[in-house]
Design a binder for this molecule. Sequence first.
Ligand code: ADP
Ligand code: MG
Length: 256
Amino acid sequence: MTDEDRSGAASAEQSIAIEMIALNKWFGAYHALRDIDLLVERGERIVICGPSGSGKSTLIRCVNGLEAHESGRIIVEGTELTSDLRQSHEVRREVGMVFQHFNLFPHLTILENCTLAPIHVLKMDRAEAEAAAMHYLGKVQIPEQADKYPGQLSGGQQQRVAIARALCMNPKIMLFDEPTSALDPEMVKEVLETMVQLARDGMTMLCVTHEMAFARQVADRVIFMDAGAIVEINRPEAFFSSPKHPRTKLFLGQIL
Ligand code: ADP
Ligand code: MG
C-alpha cells in the first residue's frame, strides 16, 4: 500500500458514520434482518420506509445497540458494536434517538428532561447543562416551555422536546423512529420543520418515516425494506419516479 492509498483509506474511514456489513438478526426463529449492507456517510440523511413489520425499527435500534445482532458487523463512528457492553455505551453517547411516543419523563420538567443525561452521564455541571438545554429548546422553538411538565404540552411540542433532549447529548448521529406517526396532523409539520432544520445543520440522520414529502426534501437516499431486507435504495428522485422493485411500487402506490 502506498502512502497515498493509506491516506485515502484513512480519510474514507473518517467520512463514514455507520457501516453495516452482512448484518443478520433473529428473534428466536424469526429472521428479522437479512444480510443488511449499508454504508452511511457523515452528514448523510437516510429515510427508511416499508410495510409494518419489515424490520425498520429493528434496523435502527441495532445502530445504537438497543438490539444485538447475531451475525455480521456494525461499526458506528469507528466503534464496532460487539457483545461487549462498553462498546454499546460508547456508541449510545454518540447516537441520539427519537421515538414515536416521545418517552419523556412525566415527573420531570422540560428543562430537567433535557439536563438529566448531560448531568449524570456526561458529568456536565448543572449551569452548563441548563445553558445547553435552553439553547436546544430555542432551536426547537419552545424555550418558554422549559419549566412545564410534559403533560402540559401538546404532542408536537413534546416531540420537539424529545429532539432537543437528544441534541443535548451532542450526538454525532440522530435516529428517528416514526417521530410523527403518533401526532395529530396539525402537529406533524412543526416536528418535520425541526427535522429539516437539523438536516440543514449537517446532522447525520436515519429516519424511519412515511412522510414522503420530507423524504423528497431532505433525504440523500431512501431505503425500502421488506421482510427484513433492504430491497431498494436510491436517491429520492429516482426512488419516487422510477421505483425498480415491484414491492416498492406497490408500497408507494398505497401511500402516495
Ligand atoms: P417495523 O419497525 O418495520 O414495523 P420491527 O423492526 O418493529 O418492524 O419488527 C420486525 C419484525 O420483528 C416484526 O415481525 C416484529 O414482530 C418482530 N419483532 C420485533 N421486535 C421483537 C421482539 N423483541 N421479539 C420478537 N419479535 C420481534
Ligand atoms: Mg417500527
